[in-house]
Write a protein that binds this ligand. Structure first.
Ligand code: PEP
Length: 258
């Protein structure tokens, strides 16, 4: 059962990363939709690779499942070989976009400077950005978690108008918990998410109450209930466990308000 704050709808998003061909995605969504059709009071999203987006938008039309991309360029168009823009996503019917995932930061050189442009560009195009932040194990051990989160949140939101801060979803994903089977303890998760909300409140107290902050990192059906019950946890960004329709639906169930 979720303990999301007043006015904040719990949100469960599945990041498929570079998994599922179009036919595999179709098979997944056919199995997921009946499992979540009676769910109420939870926003549900799948975040497939670009090539699956059109098929997933078509297959989820009229359902409660929204489709998000995993990245985008800040510019609307231009000489940026291999990139995809916000208007390209919105024209397809994509609802939002993950930005600054740690794999993009670590493996593909995504910078806070680029995210400063991407987050407002997504909002301006009508997409819901999910801004990912989180510390490495070394940073946590060195007592640097808050410094890292402060830097990433402040940089990522720097060019977002104060009045729109609540439209940005922030995902706290400790890098040591991603794909590792190691989950943050409830204390670690609550402390980090509360800190992130306080950082948004430094810009606008009112908007910080609207901002949905998600936990990500080895969330599964078995541990989702405990994490989602924490006061500042408004949902989850789920990687590996989002690839299986039954497991993902069970996490959505765990987020359903009583
Ligand atoms: C992720 O990569 O966003 C993620 C949370 O992965 P996993 O659930 O597999 O740890």
């Amino acid at each position: 059962m979720s303990a999301t704050g007043p006015g904040r709808t719990p949100f469960i998003a599945g990041n498929w990363k570079m998994n599922k061909t179009v036919s595999e995605a179709e098979e997944f969504i056919a199995a997921l939709l009946p499992r979540v059709s009676s769910v109420q009071g939870v926003d549900v999203a799948v975040c497939p690779p670009y090539l699956d987006l059109q098929a997933m938008v078509d297959s989820t039309r009229g359902s409660r499942v929204q489709v998000y991309a995993q990245n985008m360029h800040h510019a609307a168009e231009g000489a940026f070989t291999g990139e995809v823009s916000a208007p390209m996503l919105t024209e397809l019917g994509v609802h939002g976009v993950i930005l600054g995932h740690s794999e993009r930061r670590e493996l593909f050189g995504e910078t806070d400077r680029a995210l400063q442009l991407k987050v407002p560009a997504a909002l301006a195009a009508g997409l819901v950005p999910i801004l990912c932040v989180g510390e490495t194990e070394e940073e946590r051990e060195a007592g640097d978690t808050e410094r890292k989160l402060r830097h990433q949140v402040q940089e990522g939101l720097a060019k977002v108008d104060s009045g729109r801060l609540g439209d940005v979803v922030i995902a706290y994903e400790p890098i040591w918990a991603i794909g590792s089977g190691r989950v943050a303890t409830p204390e670690q998760a609550q402390e980090a998410l509360g800190f992130i909300r306080a950082l948004v409140a430094d810009r606008s107290r009112e908007q910080a109450q609207r901002t949905r902050v998600l936990y990500g990192g080895s969330v599964k059906a078995e541990n989702a209930g405990e994490l989602l019950a924490l006061p500042d946890v408004d949902g989850a960004l789920v990687g590996g466990a989002s690839l299986d329709p039954a497991g993902f639906a069970a996490i959505v169930d765990a987020a359903t308000p009583a």
